[in-house]
Design a protein around this ligand. Structure first.
Ligand SMILES: *[C@@H]1O[C@H](CO)[C@@H](O)[C@H](O)[C@H]1NC(C)=O
Ligand SMILES: *[C@@H]1O[C@H](CO)[C@@H](O)[C@H](O)[C@H]1NC(C)=O
Ligand SMILES: *[C@@H]1O[C@H](CO)[C@@H](O)[C@H](O)[C@H]1NC(C)=O
Length: 487
């Protein structure tokens, strides 16, 4: 065996020790600086402002708010409605996010007190946004959902995320889509900095950013004129078993969003207010995170509440759905929305089909035959054979089954129209020159099948059978209630 050669440390040792002490000094400096910056507001925050929040961001008189959308589209739509409401209450400009891929970001479970930390969910959303841009798949939720009447009402101000980032961080998000390695490294560094600032990883910085760390484990947001509920315990708390098993000590409080985060609060001066998830659902007689109702006399708030009850799809989507109903189905029809694959829905096929079966049997009794059915489901067409759907398609005497596919002409056309119409959704005043400009040349056609299917279902005159517990079904019910089809 050869003895290991001893390296000559004689000279290098001096610079190494110099480096070590230099870096420990740096470390100590930053440690001191970061851990004490909150206690030394005046001078130190001045430095941190210039270090961490761009001067153009601080110069804006406008205040902003963003949040972390996640899960499926209809979940994201629900969060968007909450975001609009809260932005209106707090008088902040809402940063409008893109539509995220279904499984890109998840929250976890509020009732189980097992959710992703707000900072982490914000950075996951940011990373996914960059990914969407790189893939040419970025589409704003406001290109799919029609918020034009909401915006023109003046009840809430909005800005597209891409525009916000270029103003606030001084970097164009569109650069993320350029495939040039030299440009990429500098761009991705700036984007990383912007992302970690917006996610709250650099902490709260006076006048710059306030990142909310409360989530559904500790907080239910409310809104009352007099704040009379502010700080009281919510009726839903973790039970003793959960506390012991998970060693958690959460207490859920109801907090007034306006008192905690609005004018007069410590948050007021922050240019950006960052929420985490804004998802909320009823659970055991309580709401998991947002519990804001019309118990308020303020006219502006009541109007906003009325507006966000239902946010319609853009005309490009609705027209495609109506056209399919009129030209292709061309008869009264029933819509069946069947979620059969995903998570919780996998094990409930029988229950999901039973409702449909009952409805169809009664329709067959009444006639005329065949009964037209429009089916939207996540089960691929090739897999229908051994299910109730297979029975329906093979019984041509009684039933005529219709469905749409991603590559159908009608769906592709709607996607094309949507992308060309989308230019108007950047919301920057006086930006006429930007109209029609393509931001990333590698833009692909968005997948609009799910939206068009919902539009078709809103037109189903024989009724609608949805999957219990599905947010898609909830949204279709809402569209039908608000008579979306005949608008
Ligand atoms: C809301 O914000 C805008 C713009 O920052 C400001 O001009 C307006 O006075 C604010 N309204 C209220 C009621 O505070
Ligand atoms: C970027 O360029 C590389 C080669 O230079 C190529 O392999 C890759 O597919 C390109 N990516 C995109 C998103 O166009
Ligand atoms: C659908 O059918 C294919 C084969 O045709 C099979 O590999 C796949 O597992 C099926 N998927 C489901 C969800 O049943």
């Amino acid at each position: 065996m050869l003895p290991k050669r001893k390296p000559h440390y004689k000279f290098p040792l001096i610079p190494v020790s110099l480096f070590v002490s230099f870096f420990s000094f740096l470390f100590l400096y930053y440690y001191y600086y970061y851990s004490h910056s909150t206690q030394l507001p005046q001078t130190v925050t001045k430095i941190s402002d210039t270090l961490q929040c761009s001067s153009q961001a601080l110069a804006l008189s406008e205040k902003f708010m963003w949040y972390a959308p996640h899960s499926g589209f209809n979940n994201q739509l629900l969060e968007f409605r909450h975001a609009v409401l809260i932005a209106g209450i707090l008088n902040r400009t809402l940063v409008v996010p893109p539509v995220l891929d279904h499984h890109a970001v998840a929250l976890g479970s509020c009732p189980k007190f097992r959710v992703v930390e707000p900072n982490d969910i914000r950075i996951s959303v940011w990373d996914h946004v960059i990914e969407l841009l790189q893939d040419g798949r970025y589409i704003s939720i406001a290109e799919v959902i029609d918020i034009s009447s909401l915006v023109s009402s003046g009840l809430v101000r909005v800005i597209d995320l891409r525009d916000f980032v270029s103003i606030w961080c001084g970097i164009s998000l569109d650069l993320a889509c350029f495939n040039d390695s030299k440009l990429q490294s500098s761009v991705s560094k700036s984007l990383k900095q912007c992302g970690s600032l917006l996610a709250g990883f650099r902490g709260n910085i006076e006048k710059c950013i306030y990142a909310i760390n409360e989530d559904c484990r500790t907080t239910v947001w409310t809104y009352h004129v007099d704040g009379h509920e502010d700080g009281i315990l919510d009726s839903f708390q973790p039970n003793d078993q959960l506390k012991q098993k998970k060693k958690i000590s959460y207490v859920r409080r109801r907090r007034d969003v306006f008192r905690a985060l609005g004018p007069g609060s410590e948050v007021e001066s922050a240019s950006m207010l960052a929420f985490g998830s804004l998802f909320s659902a009823p659970y055991k007689g309580s709401e998991s995170y947002v519990d804001i109702h019309e118990s308020h006399q303020d006219q502006r708030f009541l109007s906003l509440m009325e507006k966000i009850k239902f946010l319609p799809y853009v005309p490009e989507v609705m027209n495609a759905g109506k056209e399919f109903a009129k030209a292709t189905i061309n008869a009264p029809f029933l819509c069946a929305q069947l979620r059969l694959l995903d998570g919780q829905f996998k094990n409930h096929h029988k229950a999901t089909f039973d409702g449909l079966r009952q409805k169809l049997e009664s329709l067959v009794q009444k006639g005329p035959l065949p009964i037209h059915i429009f089916v939207m489901t996540d089960l691929p067409r090739n897999n229908w054979t051994d299910t109730y759907l297979g029975d329906l398609t093979s019984d041509a005497h009684n039933y005529e089954v219709h469905f749409l596919r991603e590559d159908d002409q009608l769906v592709m056309q709607a996607a094309k129209k949507l992308t060309t119409a989308g230019y108007g959704q950047r919301f920057i005043p006086n930006s006429v020159s930007r109209i029609g400009k393509i931001y990333c040349s590698n833009q692909r056609l968005p997948d609009v099948l799910l939206y068009v299917e919902q539009a078709v279902c809103s037109c189903a005159s024989l009724g609608f059978i949805g999957t219990p517990g599905s947010t898609i079904a909830e949204n279709i019910e809402l569209m039908r209630k608000f008579d979306s089809c005949s608008r």
